[in-house]
Design a protein around this ligand. Structure first.
Ligand code: AVJ
Length: 321
């Protein structure tokens, strides 16, 4: 999002430090969810997506498989597909397969915060889709970034934002984000976005508190990261993974609950926790059938299409500027 420009001296590690110190001083205490994803965190998230309990990835994947042809049609000829937070671009391959089979994509622009991962992915995509310009951008897509120069035949920019990652934003953040997407996409631009839906509470709870404990490890990983990168002294046995459901707005929250009275030191600053006090680490908003559409409307994005699974657990929606 176009907020304060990063200073040259502002290494990612210090943004992490700044945000953690600020978040622990706040009430309620909170750490932004984007800091889960160091290398281990990304691997844990990958493991989450394969859990029986974690339905979103599998459900979205099936929607893409079932409706790829209609999506390709709706995307149109010679689009540049710009993916926010591409990771290994695994799901995108479903779309890329369908688009590339018709030789109808002008370029694929994966954007990810992890430059090393991105380069690897670009190499394997160029191999899989010969002739497709793959133009990776290493950036934090929640901040301002420049699109690379697109091939001259490009007809429009289509932003792809799968996984219901939009659910990590608060409503005002989501509005700002969607406004920013509309700007990046430009006139005639589009957004293809995955949106997780509110559903049975037991299903939601299990998805975020799986019996294998992988999500608990994922949540606790942010403390490991603090220990390693911010000279922290968190005792991992003194913290517990906690999931709470809330309905205004509908969301799953993750917290780290202190099991004892303790002091957590981060970059030399000391934070006192009483037993039972918690750090809010993630919001995963769940939407009603028109929930995202009304936020998007405020950002000047109009919903054109909506694809869902038979149970209505997840939706993939297409918006236009
Ligand atoms: C990647 C943000 C979509 O909210 O479901 C998975 C992250 N957190 N399990 C989600 C997550 C706990 C995930 N998103």
């Amino acid at each position: 999002m176009p907020e304060e420009p990063e200073l040259e001296t502002d290494a990612p590690a210090s943004a992490f430090g700044r945000d953690v110190l600020a978040g622990l001083a706040e009430r309620p205490r909170a750490i932004p969810a984007k800091y889960f994803y160091d290398e281990r965190g990304s691997r844990l998230f990958d493991a989450i997506t394969r859990l029986d309990a974690y339905y979103p990835t599998r459900t979205e994947r099936q929607i893409l498989l079932d409706h790829a042809d209609e999506m390709v049609e709706a995307i149109g000829k010679n689009a540049a597909l710009v993916e926010y937070g591409s990771g290994s671009s695994e799901k995108t391959r479903i779309l890329l397969d369908a688009l590339h089979a018709r030789r109808t994509l002008a370029a694929y622009v994966p954007i990810d915060i992890s430059a090393a991962f991105l380069e690897q992915t670009a190499v394997s995509l160029r191999e899989a889709y010969p002739g497709l310009p793959v133009l990776p951008v290493a950036a934090d897509y929640t901040r301002a970034f420049d699109l690379p120069e697109l091939p001259s035949e490009t007809s429009r920019v289509v932003v792809f934002f799968p996984g219901s990652t939009v659910g990590n934003f608060t409503q005002p953040e989501a509005r700002d984000f969607l406004r920013h997407v509309a700007e990046v996409a430009g006139p005639d631009g589009a957004l293809l976005i995955g949106v997780d839906q509110w559903k049975d509470e037991d299903v939601l709870r299990r998805a975020y508190d799986d019996p294998e404990g992988v999500t608990a490890e994922f949540n606790l990983n942010v403390l490991r990261r603090i220990n390693r990168e911010l000279d922290g002294d968190a005792d991992l046995d003194a913290w517990a993974h906690e999931v709470r459901l809330d309905d205004d707005p509908p969301r799953v929250e993750m917290h780290l609950r202190s099991l004892v009275d303790q002091t957590l030191t981060v970059l030399g600053e000391r934070f006192r926790f009483e037993a039972g006090e918690s750090i809010h680490t993630e919001d995963s908003h769940k939407f009603g059938p028109d929930g995202l559409a009304s936020l998007a409307e405020d950002a000047g994005l109009v919903r054109r299409r909506r694809w869902t699974d038979p149970r209505g657990w997840f939706a993939v929606e297409l918006y236009e500027t």
